[in-house]
Ligand binder design. Structure first.
Ligand SMILES: Cc1ncc(COP(=O)(O)O)c(C=O)c1O
Length: 402
């Protein structure tokens, strides 16, 4: 009997909390696209958020060498000491943060940092403010731990950055955690120094903990990166989330990191011990090679992303009914399709069915994503051009059917 045929039985009933756990629609759309491909249809994949580049060779070599030299066992829960040190040296060298290695915790991917932080600090009924549109896991994990997830709308007229006045209006005595993400998935926006100062001032005034998700730090096209961590007084209340997935095209290696205020290191380490014991030892050796090795592969990847960004933004803006802001970072565009007056989800389905283009409805990133689509440009310029032609060809059908 297959899993889908299984008869319901009370032995497999789910705990109530499972109804509060969401998912990432990118994986669902990918599954639908793969099903279409299995029927012989060609699909251009612009739905999944991972670099289409291969991990740089020196990093792969370091992992192979680590496997041969015995990094095949458990290692300390918060990470190899030499990796935690390499992380702080890298953060210092890149001008981001001065921190001691004992504040760094390495995890299998960056997602566990969100889990561990919310589990360790948020009580039932505490409020977690998160960006909407935003990475869907913030809301899902917040709900799952029993907190109240409070969306902070990111509006196009505000450059898809948090509006401090709107943020201030959402803060209550129950607000515990503020989640920020810059550069931003899905909008491609980046917070300015002034944005960071205004938000940091609110966090300090209301004694909030902050999660600063900077996983797209390296993928930035103009200006310099700004973080709330640059604002004096913020390091003691901010957790920096970063990782290797996007910067070094290492999504499958599962490597992420958090830099925590000292008081959170021991509780989060206990959560690591209870859940995964540690992060893969040979992956961690590869992570050191990434941090200390040549920067050219990352620079080349970002230069290629910049080229693709311009192709897709210009191409989308040339299509009737679409307007698209030029993103400052990450590898996503978030064009408005409001002029069609049709739910974004229907447009997503239409593009997949009729154009063979897999994209995501903006609502996959929260209610404030209605009226938008997300295209990931982690695909070749040629594929992007083909996708643009196909989208332009099928959108008029959509108008005709309403
Ligand atoms: C904003 C954001 N944070 C975190 C992650 C998770 O990264 P990882 O694959 O390292 O868990 C992603 C992945 O898409 C992301 O978009």
């Amino acid at each position: 009997m297959s899993a889908t045929e299984a008869a319901p039985t009370s032995a497999t009933r789910l705990a109530g909390r499972m109804s509060r756990l969401g998912t990432e629609s990118a994986f669902e759309v990918l599954a639908r696209a793969r099903a279409l491909e299995a029927t012989g249809r060609a699909v251009i994949h612009l739905e999944i958020g991972e670099p289409d580049f291969t991990t740089p060779a020196h990093i792969i070599d370091a992992a192979a060498e680590a496997l041969r030299s015995g990094f095949t066992h458990y290692v300390p829960a918060p990470g190899l000491p030499e990796l935690r040190e390499a992380v702080t040296a890298w953060l210092s060298r890149t001008g981001r943060l001065e921190a001691t290695p004992d504040r760094v915790i390495v995890t299998p991917g960056a997602k566990p940092i969100m889990w561990y932080l919310m589990l360790a600090t948020c009580e039932e009924g505490d409020e977690i403010i998160y960006p909407d549109p935003g990475f869907p896991m913030y809301e899902s994990i917040a709900d799952f731990v029993g907190a109240r997830a409070v969306p902070l709308p990111l509006r196009e007229e505000n450059g898809f950055s948090p509006d401090p006045a709107e943020l201030a209006s959402l803060i209550t005595p129950r607000t515990r955690l503020l989640v920020l993400n810059s550069p931003h998935n899905p909008c491609g926006s980046a917070m300015s120094k002034q944005d960071c100062e205004a938000v940091a001032e609110l966090a300090m005034r209301h004694d909030l903990l902050v999660l600063s998700d900077e996983v797209y730090w390296a993928v930035r096209y103009s200006g310099s990166h700004a973080s709330v961590l640059d604002v004096p007084g913020m390091t003691e209340r901010t957790v920096l989330l970063d990782g290797w997935s996007k910067t070094w095209a290492m999504t499958g290696w599962r490597l992420g990191l958090g830099v925590f205020p000292p008081a959170l290191v021991e509780p989060v380490t206990r959560l690591v011990i209870n859940s995964v014991s540690c992060t893969s030892a040979f992956s961690q050796r590869a992570a050191i090679a990434a941090l200390t090795g040549p920067g050219e592969p990352v620079e080349q990847m970002v230069a290629e992303f910049r080229k693709r960004r311009d192709v897709i933004v210009d191409g989308l803006n040339a299509i009737d009914g679409i307007t698209c802001v030029r993103p400052e970072g990450a590898f996503y565009v978030f064009p408005s399709v409001k002029s069609f007056g049709i739910p974004s989800k229907r447009i997503e389905e239409h593009l997949l069915d009729r154009a063979g283009v897999a994209a995501l409805s903006g609502t996959a990133f929260g209610q404030h994503g209605e009226g938008y689509l997300r295209f990931s440009y982690a695909n070749s310029v040629e594929a992007i051009r083909q996708a643009l032609d196909a989208v332009a060809a099928v959108l008029p059908e959509l108008e005709a059917t309403t």
